[in-house]
Design a binder for this molecule. Structure first.
Ligand code: BDR
Ligand code: CA
Length: 315
């Protein structure tokens, strides 16, 4: 099985991704590292520990950072994910599970060094923990198997942003961290809005999951009530996009996605703050610092039908 560390801001679709990774036999979820984003770091942490306890997960849980590298924090997205991150579901106040002592970025560094070439980092929240790991231990770029990121939007299928017209939430939350992660010389695959907004969990699909997937199906249904309300009121959809679970789907079955290659940068301030851009043309420019950066992959097409049945069969 593929060893992964899932860096996450749980989060409704984050929870859908965690339970997917936990359920699939080809994935060995060795760690969950948390980051601020959909919820505050404390609420996100509590949610991760609750999932570990409730679903008897072996993954170690490590607490990450509570704020972006440079920019001012955007704040928890209560309108999308609810007061504490799981919609109308509240985790019990006291839990029997605990986080490990080390901070998230140190857990990432130590795990990657102990398993050279074996660990895939899957990041489905703001990229601050990964940037901190890179800064403290630049050697990990040669030791990580792959970095799979849910974030960004590259204009394919007219998808450009969700929190601003030109920025996706995870990247907008910490554009400086994202730019560090994308320009580092480790292999990155981005599963952004270009593909995640092409897959839909309709309310009917979620009802079927509740009926067919036991306790996990019921739990996903319960947390998704709030999310669906947001989607119907603010996006005008009867269902939701498949953001974070799509990154896990890529790890399980990369052939579900078509990708394109080229170096990637992030706009760190100004009117397009948080916008992700990729150079794909082969022209020569007088002034081209882009050639200094590694080519990374961006998902541009998805077989959403197969993805939806993979998710359902796994759970
Ligand atoms: C991303 O932002 C968060 O709200 C979701 O959990 C997902 O990771 C989508 O833009
Ligand atoms: Ca997320």
């Amino acid at each position: 099985a593929k060893k992964i560390i899932l860096d996450t801001d749980p989060g409704i679709d984050d929870t859908m991704a965690i339970l997917f990774a936990e359920a699939h036999p080809d994935i060995d979820l060795i760690g969950i590292t948390t980051v601020y984003g959909n919820a505050t770091i404390d609420n996100g942490m509590h949610n991760a520990l609750y999932l570990k306890q409730r679903f008897s997960m072996e993954a170690l849980v490590a607490k990450g950072t509570d704020k972006p590298l440079i920019r001012d924090p955007v704040g928890a997205t209560v309108v999308v994910h609810g007061e504490a991150g799981l919609g109308d579901v509240t985790a019990p106040h006291s839990l029997d599970t605990k986080a490990i002592e080390k901070p998230a970025h140190q857990f990432i560094i130590d795990s990657v060094r102990a398993n050279p070439g074996e660990i895939t980092l899957v990041a489905v929240g703001p990229l601050t923990n990964l940037a901190l790991a890179l800064k403290a231990a630049p050697d990990i770029v040669d030791l990580v198997k792959e970095v799979v990121v849910m974030g960004g939007a590259f204009g394919e299928n007219d998808h450009r942003g969700n929190v601003t017209p030109f920025a996706e939430a995870n990247i907008h939350d910490d554009p400086h961290a994202a730019d560090k992660v994308f320009t580092a010389s480790w292999p990155v695959v981005i599963i952004g809005l270009d593909v995640t907004e092409e897959s839909f969990f309709t309310s009917e699909y979620l009802d079927e999951l509740r009926d067919d997937a036991g306790e996990v199906g019921q739990f996903i249904w319960d947390i998704s009530r709030y999310y669906l309300k947001f989607y119907s009121e603010k996006v005008g959809m009867d269902g939701c996009h498949v953001h974070d679970p799509s990154a896990i789907a890529y790890v399980i079955q990369p052939s579900l996605f078509k990708t394109r290659r080229g170096p990637i940068r992030v706009v760190t301030d100004g009117p397009a703050e948080g916008m992700t851009i990729q150079k794909v043309d082969q022209r020569n420019y007088m002034n081209d610092e882009w050639r200094l950066f590694p080519a990374q992959q961006v998902g541009v097409e998805v077989d959403n039908k197969t993805l939806l049945s993979l998710y359902r069969e796994t759970l």
